[in-house]
Design a protein around this ligand. Structure first.
Ligand SMILES: Cc1ncc(COP(=O)(O)O)c(C=O)c1O
Length: 408
């Protein structure tokens, strides 16, 4: 099987629109969020047109249909991520999933003297919750640095730091550099030292079939919108042992068993952590995104994105004034190229590119400590996905060259 990119593109209605006065849209901001195929849009519309009701409560026909579709989405996604429905908690995305680990598991199980090991490559979503928890519980946060030349984690420091740690929280794939970390090595060493381990798979799930059981992590966090699903939905995958050790972080309707004016008891399993009316249409859309992705070979998808990143990085690295960060497209990266021009401000460059139809990201990418390590406050970032073509990469390179000639 090989990817038929032209046919894939036809599944994404937004890709045929124009921007900036009639320019074809070249969408290169996929690490921020991916576009949605028609089947995902249709699944959500169908739910609203035909089955919209609240779940888990009423006995009428629509409520039964909504409940059935919401829980079927959990089954589809659990299967896609190599786990069971009892180990999949719906969240609004990776941010909420990490907060659930921090406030649901760590707050109940860690205390003064415990160490949480994170890395300099983390997204703010995997830094800030730990800082807030550290203030409350006097836990220590230990940080593994990045080797800036290669854009990889300093694994010597990791191994020297992991011995007395209670929880290891590491990003699978960097949203800034595209680096894929040695997750198997990290999980094995963490387990050996007796630590629990959480892997932030926000950028990995769009590129790899996550196999939660096979990975042997305690927690995995995922965002649906980065893998062709809707915004506002993601999940936390957690082992049954960890789920049993977790306390609710949000509370209210749906997650309870019995409430009196004196006290409440809670449901068990994922339901205990899904308070209030859930994200019903979003869960249905997320499951449809997994079904859409399942038509394609994830290995080929990943190789395709990596090839575009490698070609782009090699082509722009030699342009005057351009610095490319890390080694995009090398090893097992994820189709991301972060770069800067030495005299055209990142935001100006992004506006010039937008005027040519190219959507690329600018800023600190919610990873300020990583950018600090490189001594910069922002980068330009292009990130490829399954529907991007070599023609688009070449058009991007040519337009960048043109901008540099004119303004550099
Ligand atoms: C590596 C990584 N972690 C966490 C997040 C946060 O994800 P979300 O905003 O979907 O909660 C992102 C989003 O860009 C990310 O790239």
């Amino acid at each position: 099987m090989s990817l038929d990119i032209e046919s894939i593109r036809r599944d994404f209605p937004i890709l045929s629109r124009t921007v900036s006065g009639g320019k074809s849209l070249v969408y290169l901001d996929n690490a921020a969020t991916t576009q949605k195929p028609q089947s995902v849009i249709d699944a959500m519309t169908r739910y609203y047109e035909q089955s919209n009701a609240n779940v888990h409560r009423a006995v009428h026909t629509l409520a039964a249909e909504a409940t059935e579709q919401y829980e079927a989405a959990r089954d589809t996604l659990a299967e896609w991520f190599g786990t069971t429905r009892d180990n999949l908690i719906f969240t609004s995305g990776t941010t909420e999933a990490i907060n659930l680990v921090a406030w649901g598991w760590a707050r109940a199980n860690l205390g003064a003297g415990d160490v949480v090991l994170i890395t300099e490559m983390e997204h703010h979503a995997d830094i800030v919750p730990w800082q807030l928890l550290a203030e409350e519980k006097q836990i220590e946060i230990r940080v593994v640095p990045v080797i800036t030349e290669s854009g990889t984690l300093d694994m010597d420091v990791f191994h020297a730091s992991v011995d007395d740690v209670s929880l290891v929280c590491v990003v699978h794939t960097s949203n800034v550099l595209g680096t894929r970390n040695p997750i198997e090595e990290i999980i094995t060493a963490s387990k050996k030292s007796g630590a629990k381990v959480m892997i932030d798979c926000a950028q990995a799930a769009p590129h790899h079939r996550i196999d939660f059981k096979g990975m042997d992590a305690d927690f995995v966090t995922i965002s649906g919108h980065k893998m062709c699903g809707p915004t506002g939905i993601g999940c936390l995958l957690a082992t049954s042992d960890c789920i049993n050790q977790m306390q609710p972080f949000m509370s209210g309707g749906d997650m309870i068993e019995q409430v009196t004016m004196e006290k409440s008891t809670f449901q068990s399993g994922p339901a205990k952590f899904e308070a209030g009316t859930p994200k019903i249409a979003e869960a249905i859309g997320f499951a449809e995104a997994a079904r859409w992705l399942s038509q394609h070979d994830m290995g080929e998808l990943h190789a395709h994105c990596n090839a575009l990143a490698k070609h782009t990085s090699e082509s722009i690295r030699v342009l005057p004034g351009i610095t490319v960060y890390g080694e995009p497209g090398s090893g097992d990266g994820s189709g991301v190229v972060s770069f800067l021009h030495d005299s055209i401000h990142a935001e100006d460059l992004a506006r010039f590119m937008d005027a040519g139809g190219f959507a690329m990201r600018t800023g600190h990418h919610c990873a300020q400590p990583l950018l600090d390590a490189y001594g910069v406050t922002s980068t330009n970032r292009v990130s490829f996905y399954i529907y991007n073509t070599m023609g688009e990469a070449n058009a991007f390179i040519a337009h960048l060259e043109h901008i540099i000639e004119r303004f550099g």
